[in-house]
Design a protein around this ligand. Sequence first.
Ligand SMILES: NC(=O)c1ccc[n+]([C@@H]2O[C@H](COP(=O)([O-])OP(=O)(O)OC[C@H]3O[C@@H](n4cnc5c(N)ncnc54)[C@H](OP(=O)(O)O)[C@@H]3O)[C@@H](O)[C@H]2O)c1
Length: 373
Amino acid sequence: MSDDVDLMSAAVALGEQGRITAPPNPWVGCLIVSPEGEVVGRGFHRAPGEPHAEVHALAEAGPRATGATAVVTLEPCAHHGRTPPCAPALIEAGVARVVVALLDPDPQVSGRGLEHLRQAGIDVEVDVGADAAAASLAPYLHHRRTGRPYCLLKSAMSLDGRTAAADGTSRWITGPEARADSHRLRAESQAVVIGAGTALADRPTLTARLDPPASRQPLRVLLDAAGRVPPEGPLFDPTLAATLVVTTPAADRDAVKAWLAAGADVEEVRSAPDGRGVDLLGALAVLGERGVVQAMVEGGATLHGALVRAGLVDHMVLYVGGGLLGEGGQPLLAGPGPSTMAEAPHWRVVAARPIGADVRLDCEPQADGSEGR
Ligand SMILES: NC(=O)c1ccc[n+]([C@@H]2O[C@H](COP(=O)([O-])OP(=O)(O)OC[C@H]3O[C@@H](n4cnc5c(N)ncnc54)[C@H](OP(=O)(O)O)[C@@H]3O)[C@@H](O)[C@H]2O)c1
């Protein structure tokens, strides 16, 4: 059993190789292991329309798949999508046992794949190494369960928790290593989201700049309820990446025309319930429908505060630099907060690591609402 868990973590690491290119599909990894314990096949899902992880692993194993164990991070599919289903492929190859970390919440799969394997007399085990697989596939699982993207909030802040100086400047709070790391997060996201304030203050590009260059760019998403941001600068340069403006029916019609004329896509959702900005659930639903599995939010404090208060942030990445900006600087989260400690929402630091001269903190909401200290 502990061997199975170790093999599953190797399969998870293999699946991670498809993380940038597989979405909106899951970045699954699969190993085929002979009865003697030798790994005879390895596969991961590289891109939509291409073979699934199991198919690659079975191809490498060839006849050695007969009587072997397949170790797969996500339930094999049983339906015909763009590629033939994997459960029948495993049956046909003669595997004796299938070890799976997670059931697939996608309604097209959800339990059917495992049922298919069991009916064929294959010994099936589920929930093996599930924590590692769930951490890796969290954005996919969230997208399929809710229809919304996994919301990753990223911010760079000073040692005293400020995200911009009093004059609005925020370049560069952290060093080149932290910035390179955040470009990787952009590449792993299918959309990068900002609010109108950041678009006006920073005129950002929002592309993923990797070396070697990323094979695809995330959709750049601007939340602008009223039409305040003119279609100028790199954010509206269609040769860099596609841009989507999410706005409301109250937006200035000339602004909408100008966005469209500049080559941007425009989607309208209703106004936020408090009348400030676009409805965030509606905006995220629009992205979910467009196959955005992970949305990286790089807004300013206004958007971040609204998202956190609405309970819509699934993960925060905070890069903490060494500067001190004092009370004139902008906070991480604008808007009302709890009036007393007992009402404070709690987040858990799931990882902390130095990057260059800065520190990266990965934080998630405390699931059970307990204090976590
Ligand atoms: N350190 C960092 O990592 C970092 C990152 C980004 C920005 N910044 C800094 O942050 C500053 C800009 O901050 P900001 O707070 O003005 O920018 P922001 O949060 O990006 O934009 C806020 C604006 O977004 C629009 N918006 C649309 N829907 C919204 C909603 N549901 N909730 C909240 N806002 C919504 C609103 O304008 P409408 O009502 O007109 O739509 C709102 O005023 C700049 O100085 C920039 O340099 C720092």
